[in-house]
Write a protein that binds this ligand. Structure first.
Ligand SMILES: *Cc1c(COP(=O)(O)O)cnc(C)c1O
Length: 495
């Protein structure tokens, strides 16, 4: 299986090459030259473990790896770091199936991909004979940063540098990152928002001079953001797994479609669901849920992507991991929906850079019909958490609550209450303890960490091991830099 760029470059890469590189030479993102079909019949997978399904799904995309190599990656990644018996859990509540993806080390779904990416990266370097040190550059809206740090900490031959927006992440998220141990880990707050961090990282990737300087020092850059195809492919597995489980439990008849609801920021997670559908998993609607930064809701409804300052403000919300206006992975969707027209994608991305607005052609707009877009305000989010806890005894974090609220809107608007629906549950409520406590009438407390303890006392839900005693850990990273000084920070960190 080869990988091609969304911007039309004719240079195809192998899976391992695409993983090492992160972003294509023409600034596009890598996509497989065709989406592979499911390598099994869903009915035959009943009773199979998460690891078994992931092995088959990922193997179909990354066929350059031997079975032995892929097994090694999967066994290393999905071990006892995950605290539930089968890596993820699918739980029923409030008329939906919640796919809990947050039982890993950092208590967010980012662990699903970032616990395996370091294995894929190391195996890729070995395959390609790359002996340079790989420096992973990461912009984070809160969860990717910590998951990438945990994944790459002390992995030989790598350095990891993370940038997060000051004031743009929760107390717990920040504390998780700045207390990270590992000699190869570097964490910086930037003065700016997530879009600034992501743009800064992309600029560093696209700077040929900087790449040459680093090459002279035996270093090359790669990405742990969802622009890296090695992030996306592992995420396809859990949508396939959900469908298998629904069939196995008799919640759905094999061949009948499910809906998928995803709280969306950079469009990576929902794109993984789209890949699953292209593989052959029957999916009726992709319900794309946003917070007040609802650029995607408007895009899905109008075909116009508009982030002009006079049209849209950037809001810091209680679901900070979705406080994003420039959704990188939308580029991959546009590429697929436009019949792999790299020139057309190039055009749209240039418009976005220059005019901060673009409109897709009619055919793409029509193809967007499998998506439903909606959003939740901060108050609606809290209200949704409170009611679900009170009525169903089921706890959601703020991001998952955005998804559930938008799902209820979808049902009301379309009348489709019958299609079994899987909601991607993306984080532990404890990561956003302050907001979740407020939603459940707990507090006020003096300090962000007191909320964690109070929430545990009030609900009896166990605190994820990665979030315990965070307030007692030593702060090891205190750097704060301007958004236009990120390159210097990387250069310094690598000294
Ligand atoms: C990253 C994140 C999201 C958004 O996922 P994307 O793949 O960026 O769309 C949603 N919820 C949580 C908790 C996250 O950490």
């Amino acid at each position: 299986m080869k990988y091609e760029s969304t911007r039309g470059s004719k240079l195809k890469k192998t899976g391992p090459q695409a993983i090492i590189q992160g972003i294509a030479e023409d600034k596009g993102l890598y996509v497989p030259e065709r989406i592979p079909a499911l390598p099994f019949k869903v009915e035959d997978m009943a009773g199979k473990s998460y690891k078994e399904i992931a092995f088959k799904v990922m193997g179909a995309f990354f066929d350059d790896f031997t079975e032995e190599e892929m097994r090694h990656c999967i066994d290393g990644a999905y071990d006892s770091k995950f605290t539930v018996p089968d890596v993820v859990e699918l739980k029923e509540a409030g008329g939906a199936h919640f796919l809990e993806l947050y039982h890993g080390k950092t208590a967010a779904f980012k662990d699903m991909a970032l616990s395996i990416l370091p294995y894929l990266m190391t195996a890729s370097c070995r395959k390609e004979g790359v002996t340079d040190k790989i420096c992973i550059l990461t912009a984070t809206s809160g969860d990717t940063g910590k998951a990438a740090l945990e994944g790459f900490a002390d992995v030989p031959g790598t350095e990891i540098v993370v940038f997060y927006p000051t004031g743009g992440v929760s107390r717990v998220q920040e504390r998780q990152m700045v207390t990270q141990e590992g000699a190869n880990t570097h964490v910086f707050a930037i003065r700016g928002n997530f879009d600034d961090a992501q743009a800064g990282v992309k600029n560093i990737f696209n700077d040929d001079n900087f790449a040459a300087q680093l090459a002279a020092r035996g270093v090359r850059l790669s990405s742990a953001n969802s622009i890296n195809i090695g992030r996306l492919v592992p995420q396809v597995a859990y949508y396939v797994y959900s469908y298998v489980k629904l069939v196995e439990r008799g919640a759905i008849k094999a061949g009948k479609p499910m809906n998928v609801v995803v709280p969306t920021g950079n469009f990576g997670n929902i794109l993984a669901a789209f890949f699953a559908r292209e593989m052959g998993v029957p999916i009726n609607k992709f319900i794309c849920a946003s917070n007040e930064n609802k650029v995607l809701t408007d895009f899905i409804r109008t075909g116009i992507y508009d982030i002009r300052n006079n049209v849209r403000e950037f809001y810091c919300t209680n679901s900070p991991s979705m406080d994003i206006l420039i959704s990188s992975n939308l580029e991959r969707l546009l590429y697929l929906l436009s019949g792999r027209d790299g020139d057309a994608v190039c055009n749209l991305m240039e418009k976005l850079d220059n005019d901060r607005v673009y409109e897709v052609p009619a055919a793409v707009r029509e193809a967007l019909g499998v998506f439903y877009g909606g959003f939740a305000s901060e108050n609606e989010t809290l209200d949704t958490i409170g009611k679900m806890w009170l009525n169903e005894g089921y706890m959601m974090d703020t991001h998952t609550a955005v998804a559930y609220k938008v799902y209820r809107d979808y049902v009301r608007e379309t009348g489709d209450a019958e299609t079994p629906t899987v909601i991607a549950s993306t984080a532990s409520a404890y990561k956003f303890a302050e907001s979740v406590s407020a939603a459940c009438g707990i507090g006020p407390c003096n300090d962000g960490f007191e909320y964690v303890a109070e929430l545990a006392a009030a609900t009896g839900i166990e605190i994820p091991y990665g979030l315990r005693d965070l307030d007692k850990k030593t702060v090891l990273h205190e750097g704060i830099v301007d958004a236009d000084k990120m390159m210097d920070a990387v250069s310094e960190a690598l000294r």
